[in-house]
Design a protein around this ligand. Sequence first.
Ligand SMILES: Cc1cc2nc3c(=O)[nH]c(=O)nc-3n(C[C@H](O)[C@H](O)[C@H](O)COP(=O)(O)OP(=O)(O)OC[C@H]3O[C@@H](n4cnc5c(N)ncnc54)[C@H](O)[C@@H]3O)c2cc1C
Length: 492
Amino acid sequence: MRVILRQRPPIAAGLPPIAATYTGPVTPPAAPVDDPFLRAIATRLPGLHLLIDPCDRESYRYDETAHLHPGLPRAVALPTETAQVSELLRLATEFRVPVVPRGAGSGLSGGATGIEGGLTIAFTAMDRILEIDRENLVAVVQPGVINATLKTAVAAEGLFYPPDPASFETCSIGGNLGTNAGGLCCVKYGQTRESVLSLEVVMADGTVIRTGGRNLKDVAGYSLTHLIVGSQGTLALITEATLRLRPAPPPRSTLLAFFPTLESAGDAVAGIAAAGLAPVTLELLDRFTIGAVDDMNDLGLDREAAAMLMIESDLPGVASVAEMERAEEVCLAAGAGSTVRARDAQEADWLRQARRSAHYALERMGDVHMEDIVVPRARIPEMLRAIEGIAARHDVRIGTFGHAGDGNLHPDLVFEHGDPRAEEATAAVRNELYRTALDLGGSVTGEHGIGVSRREWLVEQRGADAVRVMRAIKVALDPLGILNPGRVLPDA
Ligand SMILES: Cc1cc2nc3c(=O)[nH]c(=O)nc-3n(C[C@H](O)[C@H](O)[C@H](O)COP(=O)(O)OP(=O)(O)OC[C@H]3O[C@@H](n4cnc5c(N)ncnc54)[C@H](O)[C@@H]3O)c2cc1C
């Protein structure tokens, strides 16, 4: 089939406008009377915005993870500065209250969900970009800054902040650091950890430390930065980050390739790496997801294809043309039935946004649970076949898309709204997905984190000895276990 993308009114080049600043309520709350912990907070931090109304707290119970049953926080603190976070942790230590750090709540492993009786510290109001240092290619930010806000701000200076989760318009830098978020351009620029130089963090007892500086090379002592990024708030709370920027690359060129079989798409992924190409994006959508994305965005995609790859280059000028041509050759050699290229940078932006909409496109069809498995790139076809088998065995619709260049797939389980089978079927499907991913040499999570929802698989994947080492680190840094307990590590 020859694919002709439908003519669209061009979307604005670059990123959509973002509401950058916190606009929440600023009135101090009434002092809680019958809770000594909350009374102590009100006394020692009189200027702190603390939510104690049950309706307000309710909205901090969940994140975006389906089928969790989290607790209701006792209170939600919205600090504006590090000193307040430090004092909150001193008080939490004194009163032995568990603390949940929270960014924008878009997480998909339950890491920021409420703990019954715990204190949630939401970093929404710590949302300032403190500095953009052009000479050193560095940005210093508070954790509540939204990823897209930072991208837009540095783009105005001719710079680029690579980490690019599909949720970039809603998720925060603190949450990205908490999960070591990935996204669409990790295949070239790595996950969030690769873009972090240093953190300011508050330890469980309230001590404030810095883990590094602005230097690109720095091997003084253990790398606490690397340890804390991805620890989902279980080791320390991040109150400031020094991030690595890059010069802005040229606008991207984009190629879509449609394959008659999953195997041929998998061969193309392997072929692109083998050809020495380094595209900035190498994304895959299966047939079910192609249909959902096409229904939502009216693109004119080949809905009969078993899989589609989206490949982007951000090389300059002729190098980009050459990279796309070579990628197209590899796809055709692997068996692609058709290919189509974005006509200009605006159309490339539009296609990328369409790819980012995959989860929402599937959500239009029912209640969705998103998974996050990884396999070695060469084993993607086997994993995709296995997903088809799992879907058939459990009679569950599964749309799979993801970051094929990283071997990171997101099977989305789609149920009719209110389907009473959903929770039980999800548990059964997840077990098979994780088992298969591990058997293929992969991981139960590539970027969403272990959080609450995958804890029981950590020992299975890492082994008991490795988890014992993790537990020893946790105990050393948080001896009372107040930082996000019940997340990441399984119960002893
Ligand atoms: C439609 C959709 C698409 C998505 N696409 C991607 C994707 O492509 N790639 C990807 O990686 N993720 C993706 N996600 C998941 C999610 O957006 C990311 O995990 C993101 O990093 C979470 O950011 P957040 O601000 O919402 O954090 P939250 O969900 O609030 O928190 C995430 C974790 O970080 C911890 N945390 C938050 N702030 C701090 C802090 N200051 N200090 C210490 N710990 C902290 C929390 O305790 C929690 O464990 C997607 C989610 C959705 C809904």
